[in-house]
Design a protein around this ligand. Structure first.
Ligand SMILES: C[S@@+](CC[C@H](N)C(=O)[O-])C[C@H]1O[C@@H](n2cnc3c(N)ncnc32)[C@H](O)[C@@H]1O
Length: 484
């Protein structure tokens, strides 16, 4: 009898209390969103309609009050689903989640969002979409239906699909005729979000397929990417091969796309660029196109910029600055310095070394080499500004690291998650964890905890002095100074 009782599922008071608390969080969040939109005499954006990035309703969706409410809503809705759904169905859903990536890849590579933009709200028959790409309409219908089931596209009537708010984010804003006739020109001059999605669902997706194999075979190829593409050099060297020219272009635009995940003002919400004296030298180490330093220089044109990256990227960067900020070039205030950051740093009088999305490409041994070269070239007054996400744990509790507790965390205080949500807001807080594994599988790097940053900086002669939390983004500005 005692043994039998163990198998009888009687929901405890705790489980019910948890469900009630989650549903209260959802109800309260909906009320907050409703009130914000009523006060502005607007309706929230409609999922069934394409995104209009310039509409007042979309602008209000970025209001901190609405963002916070939606964060609670997403976290609670995911947790209540996890708590109530058949766990076998949940785990099978997780196991099959790669189909979503694969179908998003198909839809974007076939330019379906642009084809459906032209079709308007009544949508287009999958036969006509498939005909433009010379692919099997039956398979395309199955792909788009799986996506519509996940609220990406809308199945208007049987086999007729239209864009919705989510699918339309992939619209590259170019004509279908142009995209089909110029496959190598699909991404330049776009926001970069579609390029980022294609990079993740192509290189990222393939590399992830080899993550476990790589973990179990530490003496073999170092990354999932090397295994997937059967290469023995790293992703960045692979990008430089002539046959990967389009991939390199896509990656460059995709990195610009990472900025679309965060509000345009983010770069100004942490480190106080305005306090730098005129003529200060900002070195954008591994700057890519130099999109971040370009934003900084545009706002503070008395700052000099040295953009550093691998030689082929420098060509692209120069073209980017010529297009978007030619004045700084003409004024001789920006230099393009081909440089390998595993070799000694050539700029010896930097005011700031800016490292945005660089250290996470490398595990600690290589990150230490990069940081040590910067430390050797630094003046005693040089600041290191690292822009990266700081990974939180899924549980609550104080750090046991001896030093990080005393580091000032400035900027926007991070709100604690209301009980019973996970401390990191669960599904609403996933981006850093996705990035972490992309870093592992592609270049062999990692997103770091605050403790991880402190330790790798210390090993390289830098002291982590403060952290800025930026508004509405997971990105942090991590400031370090030379240890003298
Ligand atoms: C993740 S991207 C970040 C780009 C830019 N900082 C940004 O925030 O958009 C990494 C950059 O590091 C560059 N990179 C990779 N290996 C490098 C090396 N050994 N020396 C210099 N740059 C390198 C890549 O070309 C790429 O532009």
């Amino acid at each position: 009898m005692v043994q039998l009782a163990a198998f009888i599922q009687v929901p405890s008071m705790d489980s019910i209390t948890t469900l009630r608390a989650l549903s209260d969080i959802i109800a309260e969040a909906v009320t907050t969103v409703e009130r914000a939109y009523k006060n502005a005499d607007l309706n929230p954006p409609c999922l069934d309609e394409p995104l209009d990035p310039h509409s007042p309703a979309e602008a209000l969706s970025r209001d901190p009050v609405v963002v916070d409410a939606v964060q609670n809503l997403v976290a609670a809705a995911a947790q209540i689903s996890a708590a109530t759904r058949d766990p076998a169905v949940s785990i099978l859903g997780a196991a099959n989640a790669f189909h979503i990536s694969s179908c998003v890849q198909a839809a974007t590579q076939l330019n379906v969002p642009e084809i459906l933009r032209d079709a308007g709200p009544q949508g287009m028959s999958v036969k006509d979409i498939a005909a433009k790409n010379h692919v099997d309409p039956k398979l395309l219908a199955r792909i788009l239906r799986l996506l519509a089931t996940h609220h990406i596209f809308r199945e208007v009537s049987t086999d007729v699909f239209a864009n919705n708010r989510i699918s339309s984010t992939l619209d590259k804003g170019k004509s279908v005729e142009f995209l089909l006739a110029n496959p190598d020109q699909r991404f330049p001059e776009t926001t970069g979000l579609a390029a980022l999605v294609e990079f993740i669902t192509d290189e990222g997706f393939k590399a992830a397929g080899y993550m476990t194999e790589t973990m179990l075979d530490p003496t073999g190829p170092r990354t999932g990417h090397m295994r997937a593409f059967r290469i023995d050099n790293n992703m960045f060297q692979w990008f430089e091969k002539p046959e990967n020219k389009n991939r390199l272009t896509r990656f460059g635009v995709a990195m610009k796309g990472t900025a679309t995940e965060e509000p345009a003002e983010t770069i100004f919400r942490g480190f106080k660029w305005q306090d730098l004296p005129a003529g200060s030298i900002v070195v954008d180490v591994g700057g890519g196109l130099g999109a971040s330093s370009l934003s900084i220089a545009r706002r503070y044109p008395n700052l000099k910029v040295v953009n550093e990256d691998r030689p082929p990227v420098m060509e692209q960067s120069k073209a980017h600055w010529l297009e978007f900020f030619p004045e700084h070039l003409k004024a001789g205030m920006v230099e393009f310095q081909p440089h390998n950051f595993f070799e000694p740093q050539p700029v010896k009088n930097a005011t700031v070394f800016l490292l945005r999305h660089i250290l996470h490409d490398y595990a600690d041994a290589n990150a230490t080499i990069i940081l040590t070269h910067l430390r050797t070239a630094a003046l005693s007054s040089t600041k290191l500004v690292i822009i990266e996400k700081i990974v939180q744990t899924a549980c609550s509790g104080e750090s046991t690291h001896p030093h990080v507790k005393n580091i000032p965390i400035l900027g926007v205080p991070r709100k604690p998650a209301p009980s019973p949500l996970l401390a990191n807001f669960g599904l609403a807080g996933t981006p850093p964890y996705y990035d972490d594994l992309n870093m592992n599988n592609l270049p062999g790097g990692e997103e770091r905890t605050l403790e991880g940053f402190y330790d790798v900086l210390l090993q390289s002669g830098w002291k982590l002095v403060e952290v800025y939390n930026c508004l509405q983004t997971d990105s942090n500005h991590i400031i370090a100074e030379p240890i003298l």
